[in-house]
Design a protein around this ligand. Structure first.
Ligand code: MLT
Length: 413
């Protein structure tokens, strides 16, 4: 009989969002008349921008003719898209990133997980708490942790608590506890908090002083409204030597079902081999991707490229502004209801303190059964998320307004 990867058995429950999906499905089956409003998983609801659709149609037509047909794509993704990303997302913001340091992929979730394949198993790994569960679960699957403790934390990981008291800014590891790999996410999923230039500079300095690697997830950068907040870690001097950045078109341009993302691996970031020599991570990631990944469809490349056209930028901006107005409505309602609410100003997520000290999953059940509104229990993002709850701003205006009306009716003190 084949042996399994026993590390999977350390994972206690199912992945958070399918678990929520199962509970909602069971509720909907038992209450077929209920109109459930889903503000749980951060999945976009608005259609793709017209400029994106036009580019896709054109690319489909190209695929229909021998002269313009495309087979396998270039190994890091087509240069036209990587050039557009380098120019608009990085060089325009003063970041020294070139097209050959960008790897186009089908998602940041897979990239953050897959990236562990090029890292060793002896690293001391730090994650924030709460945290996007993928960072933790993929480390568990890779065998980089011990077992789960009663709190839900995994042995062997360093947790950096983010609480209302510290403004949801992760504290640096205690002096003497040397960390090799740190996951940072800004704007943050789930808290909606952002790292300022000063805070990000402190992390880059920490990484340089400790020879650590930062895995920086900037999937929500497009939702930043405060002009002083960095969109990329490469806006910080020295980050090119210590950080890899993950970005996605999923939330920026509504590509959750279309699939396109990219990872930036500067040629100056290195890791240490067993013999002590320094090895470029770019070289290893290239080797990993060219062996295991066949790239993103040509049609999707053209769709993503259109996001950077003047009309694409305008249209995508309008949709982001729309979601951010939803976020403002949610946050305002919660505040008026006397519920402490955070985030939602530079991110599409609102992170709230559950009323009356309810446990996160109890509040989930309460909201589902009393208001037929779905959110995400904070404890699903880590032990420090217990007593918190996340509401996503991705939905139609009508649904967000109705959900808030229901909350007003049922949660009024
Ligand atoms: C979320 O709701 O946290 C996101 O949709 C997860 C993801 O992007 O994978």
């Amino acid at each position: 009989m084949a042996h399994i990867n026993d590390n999977f058995l350390k994972l206690k429950a199912g992945y958070l969002f399918p678990e929520i999906g199962r509970r909602v499905k069971a509720y909907a089956a038992a209450n077929p008349q209920a109109k459930v409003i889903r503000l749980g998983i951060g999945d976009v609801t608005e259609p793709l921008a017209p400029a994106v659709i036009a580019a896709m149609h054109k690319a489909v037509d190209e695929m229909a003719r021998r002269e313009t047909f495309h087979g396998y794509c270039d190994e890091q993704g087509y240069e036209f898209l990587r050039q557009a990303i380098a120019k608009h997302d990085y060089q325009a913001r003063g970041c020294d990133i070139t097209a050959d340091e960008i790897f186009v992929s089908d998602g940041s979730k897979c990239d953050t997980g897959n990236f562990l394949e090029i890292l060793g198993h002896d690293n001391v790994i730090a994650v924030t708490d709460p945290v996007y569960p993928v960072y933790v679960d993929t480390n568990v699957m890779a065998g980089n942790t011990g077992s789960a403790k009663a709190s839900g934390e995994f042995e062997g990981l360093i947790y950096l608590p983010m609480t209302a008291e510290n403004g949801f800014v992760p504290p640096q590891p205690a002096p003497g506890s040397k960390v090799d790999v740190i996951y940072l996410c800004s704007p943050n999923n789930p808290t909606g908090a952002v790292l300022s230039k000063t805070e990000l500079t402190r992390w880059v300095q920490y990484a340089k002083q400790n020879d650590a690697l930062i895995l920086f997830d900037a999937a929500y950068h497009a939702f930043i409204t405060d002009p002083s907040i960095p969109h990329s870690i490469y806006e910080i001097p020295g980050a090119r030597e210590v950080a890899v950045e993950f970005r996605s078109f999923s939330k920026t341009a509504g590509f959750t079902g279309t699939r396109c993302a990219f990872t930036v691996v500067p040629k100056t970031v290195a890791g240490k081999a067993k013999d002590g020599s320094r090895v470029e991570l770019h070289r290893l990631w290239m080797r990993r991707q060219t062996t295991k990944f066949n790239g993103v469809a040509y049609i999707v490349h053209r769709a993503a490229e259109a996001v950077y056209s003047p009309e694409g930028q305008k249209q995508v901006r309008a949709t982001i502004d729309f979601y951010m107005e939803n976020a403002a409505i949610i946050r305002r309602t919660l505040t008026e209801l006397g519920i402490a609410a955070y985030g939602g100003t530079n991110a599409p997520y609102i992170w709230l303190k559950t009323p009356k000290g309810m446990k996160s999953w109890d509040f989930f059940d309460h909201l589902l059964t009393q208001c037929q509104v779905v959110g995400t229990p904070g404890s699903g993002f880590g032990a420090a998320g217990e007593g918190y709850f996340r509401i996503s701003a991705f939905n139609s205006r009508a649904n967000v307004e109705e959900a808030m009306q229901r909350l007003r009716a049922k949660l009024q003190a």
